[in-house]
Design a binder for this molecule. Structure first.
Ligand code: NAG
Ligand code: NAG
Ligand code: NAG
Ligand code: NAG
Ligand code: NAG
Length: 840
């Protein structure tokens, strides 16, 4: 998740004029692209022109609109006040709030804040900006100027109402902004809104850098809002949400209302950098660009865009997964032509199960069949067109004709294919992946958003703290927490895990039928001898037992370990759910080390690049987990969305965010016999042996997956500190690497063994470091490891990847130990890209 050299703050800093040097070609491309815009991003917040992002060139219009502004303001306010909808109340508003932060020295720290308790009126008339910003900042939280911290989580809750916003709502670190889903609150921008965004998720500071390095912004959400920008004059550049963020972040259920008048300069969602993340259930109306987005990777699902000039403007990326995108009545659907043919800024996109209607150009690209790189790789699968005259527009000609009527693009693409041999440079139709029927609903891949239980009465929730658990990070909460979950499930209640850290010394069992929801990412943290033996690993949280059937829903929590826990399997899934009603995990993450209370911090587990690490000097106290998540042979029917399995590479509670060395054996190990598993917007980082492993399983949907190799390897290599264990289907690096040179014993990013129907729609598999140095991943360097994706075994069938991006590996894909796709054949700016791999 974090890699300083790619801090793309240069994108905007360049505009202000102080761009640091960067070795990242894609960054350079963006900077040059954006800096051609005539607007400057002023760091002063005193002028309206601050809101003109560099994507627009309209500063001059702001001074001409003041008279319009006043009259618009009056009529809008009157309209808003007249509409006072009556809305069902929401349990999250009503429940007793006892959440705290176990490792915050302030024992009275409060996680939950209702903006009305801070004076916000939500009456459509009162300017609520200051009250809302107070609700966010109160309690010595981590605002701009604070590098990061795990100790000040907050839920900032908005009851139904219309909140007048005159300058940006400044979001803080580790914050969830949540509206009443029964009646999403309206954030109504005043005509003269100042700041960069109605909500600014990462505010530019004086000097031109973001408040937080965007690749470092974790654990935050915005959900259930209407962002209404229609009072802002159309010609004034204005932004709805500014969201340069990284893993474990989500935007959900947000409507953006913008002007669709000719010349509109409104932008709904703006992302210029970071390493995301999940975005789903957004609806946009109007705007010059509904979404203007650049980031290493993101998954966007269930997005509807109406009446924008350009629906999605892709500033740059390595990979992007677009699923269930519906574009209506725009001029251009998705523009990936940024940078033009000579400096393409977009690495790749995968668009599927989507529709484009009444739009002149579906997709605009700068990619040409004759180019030497793979930049601008595109895959379309099951994209329906209705009155789209040009489906794909190239730099000088139509590449795929559209229709005045209706048609469906079964599959089409541009880039390099390996089916399974290659590369073949192609442009045109291709054979779509063969989708297992069990993963589909009405032909499209199944999808389900995080449940928010908006129709349940308060009596249907059972609080962990109200029923005896402490969550103070010290008390052994094993029995109390188990009792809350078991009793809630028996009584048909949702187990509500109040914010805090629940230390457990034995396994917590989540039974069939359970619904578990955390407040402010409540943490379950294992500790003690039961989890310390790598020869006898134990689950910290166990979902169902082998042979059990039913459904479980789990959201908004973190599972962690404390101290040496070489035998901890953080999450183990054994439950069988039908593929038609799968279980789900949404915004549930693992965090191994690197936070206050973990005893696995910069002071405990510092990096030691100058010391050659051997079994004799390796710090046993920093062996923090056996495996982050295990889906056992009996586990089946599981939907994961926005799940980030992270072993920390740095200490988020250290003021200098110092790097650390933490050892976790394995990332996500799937050995489900029946499969039917959806991995939607997931990431797995820094485990020793592999990040994603699929062994003798089947029917897996993935998109987007993202992984990183541990930064310490090869000091030590993947041979330390975990013993090879065939029972766990471990890769045997001692055998694989005997007699091999280079960095052979390095973690796999993705390993698929004897599995069938494993289909990926976007994958970013990265290796940035060797022995804590990024020299190996620089352009022209040999690479950080020999190989990173492995497809193994005679029983592999129908394994496919669209939009595979790798960084730092000499071989992109190995088949049974031999390199199939080489980085050198698929260069794409900083990453390497294969448009399609098919195992045969
Ligand atoms: C898609 O988003 C819309 C709008 O938020 C929502 O009503 C709908 O339930 C979502 N559909 C799915 C399948 O998530
Ligand atoms: C299409 O968009 C334009 C503005 O972009 C708007 O005026 C028109 O009403 C829209 N048509 C429909 C059918 O929504
Ligand atoms: C394509 O996706 C649509 C949803 O956009 C779905 O209804 C349809 O069944 C899918 N068709 C195929 C052939 O996959
Ligand atoms: C291998 O894993 C099994 C199952 O967890 C365990 O019983 C055994 O002790 C492990 N072997 C070693 C050498 O760690
Ligand atoms: C790791 O890098 C340091 C320099 O930062 C070097 O002194 C050391 O020899 C390297 N160790 C290994 C095992 O590569």
């Amino acid at each position: 998740m974090r890699l300083d050299i790619f801090a793309v703050t240069a994108v905007l800093v360049g505009v202000v004029g102080a761009a640091p040097a960067t070795q990242q070609p894609r960054t350079t491309a963006i900077r040059s692209t954006t800096s051609t815009s005539s607007t400057t991003l002023s760091t002063s917040s005193s002028t309206t022109s601050t809101t003109s992002s560099m994507t627009t060139s309209t500063t001059s219009t702001s001074s001409t609109t003041s008279s319009t502004s006043t009259s618009t303001s009056t009529s809008i306010v009157a309209a808003a006040a007249a509409v006072a909808p009556s809305c069902a109340s929401y349990w999250l508003e009503q429940i007793t709030h006892q959440g705290t932060s176990a490792f915050n020295p302030d024992k009275s720290y409060k996680t939950f804040r209702n903006v009305k308790d801070f004076g916000a009126k939500g009456d459509g008339v009162t300017d609520d900006t200051a009250a809302i910003n107070n609700a966010i900042s109160s309690g010595s939280r981590c605002g701009p100027g604070c590098a990061s911290t795990s100790t000040t989580p907050a839920i900032v809750y908005f009851p139904a109402g219309t909140y007048l916003i005159s300058s940006s709502i400044i979001d803080y670190y580790y914050t969830q902004l949540i509206g009443n889903p029964n009646c999403p609150p309206v954030l109504k921008a005043t005509p003269g809104l100042t700041g960069f965004g109605v909500i600014d998720g990462n505010q530019y500071q004086a000097g031109g850098s973001l408040a937080w390095e965007s690749i470092n912004v974790f654990w935050r959400q915005i959900r259930n809002f209407v962002i209404d920008m229609t009072a802002i004059p159309p010609g004034t550049g204005a932004t709805g949400i500014h969201w340069p963020t990284a893993q474990a972040t989500s935007l959900q259920n947000i409507v953006f209302k913008m002007s669709d008048a000719p010349g509109t300069q409104h932008v709904g969602l703006f992302i210029e950098s970071g390493s995301g993340g999940m975005i789903n259930d957004l609806v946009f109306y109007g705007g010059l660009k509904a979404a203007s987005v650049g980031n290493q990777q993101f998954t966007m699902r269930n997005i509807t865009i109406n009446n924008a000039v350009t629906a999605i403007d892709q500033l740059w990326d390595w990979g992007w997964t677009y699923k269930s995108i519906n574009i209506n009545n725009c001029t251009t659907g998705i523009n990936i032509a940024a940078g033009g043919t000579s400096a393409q800024a977009v690495g790749s996109i995968v668009l599927f199960d989507s529709s484009i209607t009444n739009t002149h150009v579906g997709i605009s690209t700068a990619h040409t069949i004759s180019q030497t790189t793979t930049s601008g790789t595109m895959i379309l699968e099951n994209v329906s067109l209705n009155n789209v005259p040009i489906a794909v527009q190239g730099p000088s000609s139509t590449l795929l004709a559209g229709t005045a009527g209706t048609t469906t693009i079964a599959a089409w693409g541009q880039g390099h294919s390996y089916t399974p041999s290659g590369p073949t440079n192609f442009q045109g139709p291709l054979t779509a992946f063969t989708r297992p029927a069990s993963l589909l609903k009405s032909g499209a891949y199944f999808e389900r958003s995080k449940p928010q239980y908006e129709s349940l009465a308060l009596s249907r929730f059972r609080s962990a703290r109200a029923t005896g658990a402490k969550g103070d990070g010290v008390t052994d909460d094993t029995a109390a927490l188990q009792n809350t979950i078991t009793t809630a499930t028996q009584q048909g209640q949702v187990a509500f895990i109040d914010a805090g850290t629940y230390r457990v010394t034995n396994t917590i069992n989540i039974p069939p039928g359970a619904k578990v929801v955390g407040e402010g990412y409540a943490v379950i943290m294992s500790s003690g001898s039961l989890f310390a033996n790598q020869a006898n690993p134990r689950p910290v949280v166990k979902v169902g037992a082998a042979g059990q059937q039913g459904q479980v829903e789990w959201s908004d929590m973190i599972v962690s370990t404390q101290g040496a826990q070489a035998g901890a399997i953080l999450i183990q899934w054994n439950l069988a759910s039908p593929s038609t009603a799968p279980s789900g995990m949404w915004d549930v993450h693992t965090r191994v080390g690197g936070f206050a209370g973990s005893n696995l911090r910069a002071s405990n587990c510092p990096i030691t690049p100058g010391t050659t690490i051997t079994s004799a000097n390796l710090k046993q106290s920093c062996i923090a987990a056996f495996m982050m998540m295990h889906i056992s042979p009996s586990g089946t029917g599981i939907y994961l969305e926005n799940v980030w399995l992270w072993t920390a590479d740095h200490d988020v509670d250290d003021p200098s965010i110092a790097q650390i060395t933490i050892y976790t054996g394995r990332g996500l190990h799937v050995e489900s016999a029946s499969g039917n598993i959806w991995l939607v917007g997931t990431g797995v980082e820094h485990a020793t042996l592999y990040q994603y492993q699929f062994a003798t399983t089947k029917s897996i949907f993935m998109g987007q997956i993202q992984s990183e190799t541990p930064y310490y390897q090869p000091n030590p290599t993947a041979l330390l500190p975990f013993k090879y264990n065939a029972t766990w289907r471990d890769p045997n690096f001692a055998v694989k690497c005997a007699g091999k040179s280079g960095n052979c014993a390095a973690a796999w990013g993705l390993r698929v063994v004897d599995s069938a129907d494993v289909l990926g729609y976007g994958a970013g598999i990265y290796s940035f470091f060797n022995n804590w140095s990024t020299a190996c991943s620089q352009s022209g360097a040999g690479g950080c490891q020999n190989s990173i994706v492995s497809i193994e075994g005679a029983r592999v069938r129908n394994v496919g990847l669209y939009g595979l991006n790798t960084i730092g590996s000499i071989s992109m894909i190995d088949r049974d130990g031999a390199s199939l796709a080489k980085a050198a054949d698929n260069r794409d700016g900083f990453s390497e890209t294969v448009a399609i791999f098919r195992s045969g």
